[in-house]
Design a protein around this ligand. Structure first.
Ligand code: OXD
Ligand code: MN
Length: 584
């Protein structure tokens, strides 16, 4: 129950539309979680995993048609279509509400309606924002409890008169024909129907903390970004904080929890967040970042003691696994996990594994786990003012074109570099995997407004912050002529992070190239790594012919934003074209 009249009347309105059998206000307590878990075990929504090896861990198997984000069914409903931009699917708010309300009519009959008050951001942070998700899915409640700060404390914040985002969710009948994720940024409202998958259903995450928050951030002078946040500690004990944007399923969680190679004695990486950063100009002129989330909703396949030991130590207790395989003794299993593949596996759909049915775990199988269990969790992760950001890194998954690392010449060039990010698509969203597409700032699926306005907002930070971070671009995924990855990635990415921090502190060298500043071969410390100088040269190579095509492609992409494209980016295209031509 609430004393906030706006919340009370909205709950009443939703109940009158959806007609639930029961209404439950979530307090976020352990007792509540135990009761919900017992109900989900009883009706098969959850399976208990091996209590000895995986205490308090559960497996959820989704409907096979509901295992990823649905970008084609995700809409931004603004009065003026231009405000949503060509980067978003659009519907008018009136039509959007009508469509969704027709789906919601009576949809909760016989079900419990859960009201989840939540806070995105640390308790006591001036940057934290509240939301309320109304859902008929106990699985959503259990996941939201891990991913956000839910319950009584969040409700007290709302009852104190603070604003909140309204998010209405129903799993409906999971019919993909009746599935939509709609955003009404002008009303600070989200309506989601027909999916139980994380990115579509845990409304605090992508819908609130990125799409709606990016809209709010533009009007209020901050940034809501698809970025991990990490702290890099050098042997002298100094910590440099970095925010890094990569498209979904491109290794953000692995980078956020990186363990440096043996040769990097005294270096340490601290995890602040693995997916979302809210960045605010501080009074000291720096950009400060908080992680609005409290947990990790990460991709399981490929995660192992080799690729991400911190993550493996985070998992294994109090974890919800979704769409992973199952060993005969009740342990979760996925492709790439440590050890040999056991006999007698059940696949993610609960069938005896047969490779003709595809992989054991779904490629987008996930784990949901509290960040507090992570051994590298930063002591600053809950700092109310966040952490000061010295570097921003953009990256994509590109087998060609983009070098291992480059540094932007200045803020405007950095914004251009981010706006021009391209990446091969992954299983995190429904659709073809491996297609190169432009994914500016890794925000293609998440920017709640016109990219042209978004880039202008990014450019405006040169006026807002006296001490802006340096901006870099990395590519861990470049391949050789035989299609093999040239860079080992994972812990060895530390070698690039070290150069980046040393560029920030002014001690590392760089050379100027047409595309930006780059390390000399000797600036990347390869101690302990069997990588030939020729391979490093290939990783750092800039092919002017390829780049001249790249500039044309960026130009064509930018032109799609018409008169909303800021002059500052047009100038950057001209500068790059000229620089590449002069070098050719
Ligand atoms: C995610 C995504 O789940 O980006 O973080 O899809
Ligand atoms: Mn993400």
């Amino acid at each position: 129950m609430t004393t906030n009249p706006a919340l009370a009347s909205w709950v009443e309105e939703v109940a009158a539309l959806t007609l639930p059998a029961r209404i439950h206000w979530c307090d976020g307590s352990d007792l509540e979680n135990e009761q919900l878990t017992a109900e989900m075990l009883a009706d098969g929504t959850l399976l208990r995993l091996n209590e000895e090896t995986h205490p308090n861990c559960f497996l959820h198997r989704s409907n096979p048609n509901d295992v990823a984000r649905v970008e084609h069914l995700t809409l931004v409903c603004t009065t003026d279509q231009q405000d949503a931009g060509s980067n978003n699917h659009w519907m008018s708010p009136a039509e959007g509400h009508q469509k969704m309300d027709a789906l919601y009519a009576g949809c909760m009959s016989g079900r419990t309606m859960y009201i989840i008050p939540y806070l995105m951001g640390p308790y006591g942070s001036p940057y934290a924002r509240a939301g309320v998700e109304i859902t008929d899915s106990p699985y959503v409640v259990a996941n939201m409890r891990i991913m956000a700060r839910i319950g009584s404390r969040a409700l007290a914040h709302i009852d104190a008169g603070n604003s909140f985002i309204k998010g209405l969710h129903s799993i409906g009948d999971l019919n993909p024909e009746r599935r939509f994720i709609m955003h009404f940024p002008e009303e600070l409202m989200i309506k989601s129907f027909g999916s139980g998958y994380g990115g579509n259903a845990l409304l605090g995450k992508k819908c609130h903390a990125l799409r709606i928050a990016s809209w709010q951030a533009r009007t209020e002078g901050w940034l809501a970004e698809h970025m991990l946040i990490l702290g890099i500690q050098n042997p002298a004990g100094e910590v440099t904080y970095v925010a890094a944007a990569f498209p979904s399923a491109c290794g953000k969680t692995n980078l956020a929890m990186l363990v440096p190679p043996e040769a990097y004695a005294g270096w340490k990486v601290w995890t602040v967040g693995d997916d979302i950063a809210w960045l605010h100009p501080g009074e000291d002129g720096q950009l400060w970042a908080i992680n609005p989330e409290a947990g990790f909703f990460g991709v399981a396949p490929g995660t192992s003691m080799k690729t991400n030991p911190n993550c493996m130590q985070t998992l294994g207790r109090n974890t919800i696994y979704t769409n992973v395989g199952l060993t005969p003794d009740g342990q979760p299993w996925w492709e790439g996990i440590d050890g040999d593949k056991p006999e007698g596996l059940l696949d993610w759909q609960g069938r005896p594994h047969d490779s003709s049915n595809g992989p054991v775990a779904h490629p987008n199988a996930r784990f949901t786990v509290t960040a507090a269990q992570c051994p590298s969790y930063s002591s600053e992760a809950n700092a109310p003012s966040g952490v000061p950001i010295s570097a921003i890194i953009f990256g994509g998954r590109r087998s060609t074109v983009a070098p291992l690392v480059l540094e932007s010449l200045d803020w405007a060039h950095g914004v251009f570099t981010g706006a021009a990010v391209a990446s091969e698509t992954t299983a995190a969203a429904v659709g073809q995997v491996g297609q190169v597409r432009r994914d500016p700032m890794a925000m293609k699926p998440f920017c709640g407004y016109n990219f042209g306005d978004y880039w202008a907002h990014w450019l405006s930070f040169s006026e807002r912050c006296a001490e802006l971070p340096k901006i870099f671009h990395v590519n861990w995924f470049r391949k050789d002529a035989d299609g093999r990855y040239m860079w080992p990635g994972y812990g060895d990415n530390m070698r690039v992070l070290k150069w980046i921090t040393e560029r920030c502190s002014g001690v590392a060298d760089a050379v100027t190239t047409p595309v930006g500043l780059m390390p000399n071969r000797a600036d990347i410390d390869l101690t302990g790594l069997a990588l030939t100088e020729q391979t490093l040269d290939a990783l750092l190579a800039i092919d002017t012919e390829v780049w001249s095509k790249e500039v044309d492609d960026i130009h064509t992409f930018f032109e799609g934003f018409g008169d909303r494209l800021p002059e500052g980016l047009k100038e950057q295209v001209g500068r790059l074209r000229e620089a590449v031509r002069n070098r050719a």
